[in-house]
Design a binder for this molecule. Structure first.
Ligand code: SAH
Ligand code: SF4
Length: 345
């Protein structure tokens, strides 16, 4: 297997068969070998730098009904809130002196955030903090809407494709949501010049190894600037409440492979990883990730943004815990930097 790993690392590509073989042979030895290579590749481009993004969860309202997500519209127990422009700017005011130079506004698909409302917020942040990047993660919108957001100054957009397989997509979403539309959105974002992020959950219900291979192949083909993967975690008020959580070890294994295939990508060690395991984020970094997204949302609303059970919102996950996070990164040989952390070609 080491020979195959050497080949994949060298060529930065892998076939379907090779990926199946590699994932089927998931062992601690292969992981260690992959992780060492993944760190080397990442360090050749980004050094020992870890970029941080201030995550601002702007709304827990969502018109969609994704079966896996706690914010789905059918979850009548979910507590709903949305932040005002002033509250969002206050999050930035808090984050900037802490060293955040990217603000990520994420939320459910909330009709309140029209193009007019959202472009006003984006341009206000850019005006106040011209040295910062603004990332959006607010779901599927029209090309025209994405264009307005880009023109208002948004730099990046995160939209996980969730799964590259139509049948699997249909098992995770109601009929009105289609993989085709998701993919069209990703293509629009890229065309408009956003640094674009896609990704998927590891261990989502009905996911097969073949699905994971197809996800990896799709990512190689799409060449996103950012790749977000994290374990699926059940939420008690969703149809998937009794499904098992995804595997942390498999997520880490996949992170190493994604790094080898996408040397320049910005890859976060996700909150979901940190939620399932106390040192999940550190292990993510040691598997080739180079981004962490601490929570900058107002403390009072964090508990309401429950995508899944037990989602971390305090400690090192929170922006207030940055000092601790810096220390824990230092301990494993990495350094959190004050930088926009743009994609490096
Ligand atoms: N509404 C936007 C952004 C918020 S959801 C969107 O859907 O794109 C952000 C991501 O959270 C989703 O893409 C999904 O991959 C992840 N997510 C949702 N529910 C989850 C769960 N139960 N476990 C793990 N990740 C989940
Ligand atoms: Fe809404 Fe996103 Fe959750 Fe789907 S994953 S229900 S779009 S917040």
């Amino acid at each position: 297997m080491f020979k195959l790993i050497d080949k994949i690392a060298e060529e930065k590509k892998a076939t379907k068969e090779e990926l199946l073989l590699l994932i089927n042979n998931h062992s601690p030895e292969n992981y260690e070998y992959l992780a060492k290579k993944a760190r080397k590749v990442r360090e050749s481009i980004y050094g020992k730098k870890i970029f941080i993004r201030g995550l601002i969860e702007i709304s827990s309202y969502c018109k969609n009904d994704c079966y896996y997500c706690g914010l789905r519209r059918s979850n009548s127990c979910a507590e709903r809130y949305r932040l005002t422009k002033e509250e969002i700017l206050a999050c930035c005011d808090e984050g900037y002196p802490l060293g955040f130079r990217t603000f990520v506004m994420q939320g459910g698909e909330d009709a309140y955030f029209t193009d007019e409302v959202l472009t006003d917020i984006v341009s206000s942040i850019k005006k106040k903090y011209p040295d910062c990047a603004v990332t959006l993660s607010v779901g599927e919108r029209s090309m025209d809407s994405y264009k307005k957001l880009k023109e208002a100054g948004a730099d990046r957009f995160l939209l996980r494709h969730e799964t590259a397989n139509c049948e699997h997509y249909a098992k995770l979403h109601p009929k009105e949501m289609t993989l085709q539309n998701r993919m069209n959105c990703l293509a629009s974002l890229k065309k408009l010049g956003f640094q674009t992020g896609c990704g998927f959950m590891v261990g989502s219900p009905y996911q097969t190894l073949q699905n994971i291979v197809d996800d990896i192949l799709f990512i190689s083909e799409f060449k996103p600037e950012m790749i977000g993967i994290g374990p699926f975690i059940p939420h008690e008020k969703t149809p998937f409440k009794d499904e098992p959580a995804g595997s942390v070890d498999l997520t880490l294994y996949l992170l190493t492979i994604l790094r080898l295939l996408n040397p320049n990508a910005l890859i976060p060690a996700t909150t979901a990883l940190g939620t399932l395991q106390t040192d999940g984020r550190e292990r993510g970094i040691l598997s080739g990730a180079n981004v962490i997204m601490p929570n900058l949302s107002p403390v009072a609303t964090r508990k309401k943004y429950m995508l899944y059970n037990g989602k971390l919102a305090s400690g090192e996950e929170a922006a207030e815990g940055l000092l601790k996070l810096k220390e824990s990164m230092k301990k494993i040989g990495y350094e959190i930097v004050t930088d926009r952390g743009d994609f490096s070609k």
